[in-house]
Design a protein around this ligand. Structure first.
Ligand code: BES
Ligand code: ZN
Length: 591
């Protein structure tokens, strides 16, 4: 190995984990998991082994009948505690017994009142990027893959779901035991567990959905077409190698839109719009089954290999399923979004490079820059050699690196070997290693007549003519978003009220539209919006839409003083990851 993962204590020279067998007890009363994990290593290990942990209470380490010495010998707020297991004597297997902390970063424990049904508690995990270590000691780097099996014991009446194959259920008097196995090797960040009052509904031969009984009907309708998406994705990316593709609908505090946990995408309930209109989110998470889960970034500095490729695949699949007009609209929107985010972090910030800096805090550099910039770079590669050759390249790439992790440099070597002429036409080095965007004349422009229609409405607005309700009635959801995206950051309060009405925001129930609108309303001093903002913030955890609101409140004189108290009122409703992100924004603003 020629790289070191800055976000992990892992020392690959000591050996690599091959398989873990978990026994997991779920205790809602103490908000802890009690675990026993038996590790199998690729090779026998001599002496020491370093494992990543975060606030884990270790009870025992054994190799067969030998007790092993261990200590936590390094500590860091972000990396966590380094577990140093000692005295391994060429052992290939050992067992650790431990408990998670109620503050485990990967876990959110919800009271019954925070669920759709209101009668059962709920637990879910979110391990990406570096939170698996708060559930079990591991080599928490995406360059290490292992298989696993698990037995999960929960109180009767609750259902356990994992991003793995369910292989058995045993009902006891007070407890139910769920058995799982994950025969394909995964990196630790794709470990996932949820427990709640869950129903399951079959959707297609390989697809289904888990949700609370109150949500299952709406979810089954919304995602009925998932099988069609897999078929299209397979045409582009090769065979789907994970068996099933199910969804799990989480409570609204889930910090992301979706998380591509293998076999079981975790999804925000806000994706259920009642219109089957959130295609791009599912397409994105599904595409990760190849770009990310099958071929994985070796470190979080190479995150664009996951997200840029996935966003590119998403646009290709959208083109087939929704047509070129809609895809072009998405692309034009994404380009504007990319420039706005780059301007926010600074055009010369290292965060604008595709190859990210070596940082311990893998979460703090997860902006959407690698998504969009990575996608646009891959499009340039496609244009350089033509779609036919690029499509062949995609299939070879997937087949050559399946179940492996690679660095940006390894990818570029492969690109150079397979499609050397890309390097003649595209300034690859600038795209990957330079900040900002390559000059406009060195890249293709995204033309979209649907987007242009919105730009005309925006131009007229700037000249004092507001769009009418009739005019926007048939706008595509992304046209509405593009309109909000293009409005000046501050507008007259009467106009906020006007747009609130003609966009029929209340009826729409679309968090993306809410978020864009609330940001403008806050900056414009439209105070009538604040109770709705508070309600939104108390419920929705999807950071992509929540954090811009926090930023807007921080950046506006009238609302700045309200943001810390608001945060204190809502923090208990949110996942640790969301809480940490909000706390970070407030602290950096001196609040
Ligand atoms: N894998 C990401 C979510 C993620 C990224 C979790 C980094 C932890 C660290 C997921 O695939 C994703 O990108 N979700 C987006 C949706 C996407 C369509 C932009 C989200 O959550 O909004
Ligand atoms: Zn993604």
């Amino acid at each position: 190995m020629t790289f070191k993962d800055p976000a992990s204590y892992t020392d690959l020279s000591q050996g690599k984990i091959k398989h873990i067998h978990f026994r997991i007890g779920v205790d809602f009363s103490t908000r802890t998991l009690a675990l026993e994990a038996t590790y199998q290593m690729q090779e026998p290990v001599q002496g020491s082994l370093y494992l990543d942990t975060f606030k884990l209470g270790l009870q025992e380490a054994r190799a067969g009948d030998r007790e092993l010495a261990w200590e936590f010998d390094a500590q860091d707020d972000i990396l966590g505690d380094r577990l140093h297991v000692q005295g391994l004597e060429g052992d290939s297997t050992f067992t650790l017994t431990f408990r998670t902390s109620p503050e485990a970063r990967a876990l959110q424990w919800l009271n019954a009142s925070q669920t759709a049904g209101g009668s059962h508690p709920f637990l879910f995990s979110q391990c990406q990027a570096i939170h698996a270590r708060s559930i079990f000691p591991c080599q928490d780097s995406p360059s290490v893959r292992f298989t696993y099996s698990a037995e999960v014991e929960v109180a009767r009446g609750l259902v356990a779901a994992m991003a793995a194959e369910q292989v058995g259920v045993e009902e006891g008097i007070e407890q139910t035991l769920f058995r799982f196995r994950m025969p394909q090797p995964i990196p630790s960040y794709l470990f996932a567990l949820a427990v709640g009052n869950l129903d399951f509904r079959e959707l297609g031969p390989r697809t289904g959905v888990y949700a609370e009984p109150e949500t299952i009907e709406a979810a089954a309708w919304e995602f009925a077409e998932n099988e069609t998406k897999i078929i299209e994705a397979e045409k582009l990316l090769g065979p789907y190698l994970w068996g099933r593709y199910d969804l799990l609908i989480l409570p609204p505090s889930f910090p992301y839109g979706g998380m591509e946990n293998p076999r079981l995408t975790f999804l925000t309930p806000t994706a259920i719009l009642g219109t089957r209109g959130h295609l791009s989110l599912i397409t994105h998470e599904l595409a990760h089954a190849w770009t990310g889960n099958l071929v994985t970034n070796a470190t979080w500095q190479d995150f664009w290999l996951n997200e840029g490729w996935t966003t590119y695949a998403e646009t290709r699949i959208t083109e087939v399923l929704e047509g070129k007009d809609v895809t072009d609209l998405h692309l034009a929107f994404n380009e504007k979004q990319l420039i706005a985010i780059m301007e926010r972090v600074g055009m010369d910030s290292p965060l604008t490079r595709l190859k990210l800096p070596a940082e311990r805090d893998a979460d703090s550099f997860t902006t959407t820059i690698p998504y969009y910039k990575g996608c646009f770079f891959l499009q340039e590669c496609e244009y350089a050699v033509g779609r036919e050759r690029f499509d062949e390249f995609i299939q070879t790439y997937m087949a050559s690196f399946q179940f492996q992790s690679l660095t940006t440099e390894a990818f570029l070597d492969f690109l150079n070997a397979e499609l050397p002429d890309v390097f003649e036409k595209v300034d690859v080095h600038t795209w990957i290693y330079e900040t900002g965007m390559p000059d406009a004349d060195a890249r293709h422009k995204h033309n979209s007549h649907l987007y242009d229609e919105v730009q005309q409405a925006l131009d007229r607005y700037k000249q004092g003519v507001k769009p009418t309700e009739k005019q926007i009635q048939n706008w595509h959801r992304y046209q509405i978003l593009s309109f909000l995206q293009g409005l000046p950051s501050k507008i007259p309060v009467e106009d906020c009220e006007y747009f609130d009405n003609i966009l029929e925001l209340e009826k729409r129930n679309d968090v993306a539209v809410f978020s864009y609108f609330y940001v403008i309303a806050i900056a414009s001093g439209y105070e009538a919006i604040l109770p709705r903002v508070e309600e939104f913030m108390g419920k929705i955890g999807r950071m992509l839409y929540v954090l811009p609101i926090v930023r807007a409140m921080i950046g506006t004189d009238g609302s700045r003083k309200h943001v810390r108290p608001l945060f204190e009122r809502i923090r208990d409703h949110h996942h640790q990851i969301t809480v940490n992100a909000m706390e970070g924004l407030l602290q950096r603003a001196g609040l």
